[in-house]
Design a protein around this ligand. Sequence first.
Ligand SMILES: Cc1cc2nc3c(=O)[nH]c(=O)nc-3n(C[C@H](O)[C@H](O)[C@H](O)COP(=O)(O)O)c2cc1C
Length: 201
Amino acid sequence: MAIKILAINGSYRRGGIIDQAVEAACAGARAAGAETSTVFLSEKPVEFCLNCRSCTQEPGEKRGACVQDDGMAGLLDLAEGADGLIIAAPVNFFNVTAVTRRFMERLVPYAYWPWGAKTPAMRLKKQAKKAVLITSSAMPSLLGRAATGALRALKGIAGTFGAASAGTLYIGLAATEEKQRLPAWDASLAEKLGRKLGSGA
Ligand SMILES: Cc1cc2nc3c(=O)[nH]c(=O)nc-3n(C[C@H](O)[C@H](O)[C@H](O)COP(=O)(O)O)c2cc1C
């Protein structure tokens, strides 16, 4: 059976830099024999976390039940059913986009954190799957890696799903034109990372 790869895209722009990089990574995964699908977080009905912690009270590896009835459970089912993840978002104000952070906060059902416990314990400790992490910014990539929290945030999302990083791509100088083409170098790196993920390596 083909390996399933889910791409979670936290960009606001279809056809933008992140979208092009995600598509290059997906193409690489498909070339390695995997099946790919992509979700655009900005197009999904996902509410803000209420911090009620209802979902964190019961022990166990299974994610807790959220009180909200929106598109989040469907997204989490897709992510849990995938063998590998591509998690991508551009930098806005030195970190991932708000829609990506909103998604990240809604991952709290993967924490066991009953009232009385000082800190949460993550339910999925085994790094059973891999994730490719992609971000982009106006500033050059070396500076962006050091000065923004984007890759750390994407790594946090991956870890919450029990996924270890299979590689990162930071695309710098990504805001010079309205319809900027993804540079061939970055496209090739995205393709390689996707191929690795799709081959299950
Ligand atoms: C509201 C906003 C905030 C931004 N903040 C930053 C920033 O803090 N640092 C940076 O280098 N680029 C910043 N950028 C540039 C974006 O990172 C860049 O446009 C994005 O990576 C392109 O990705 P996309 O084509 O998928 O939208 C910002 C852009 C916008 C619109």
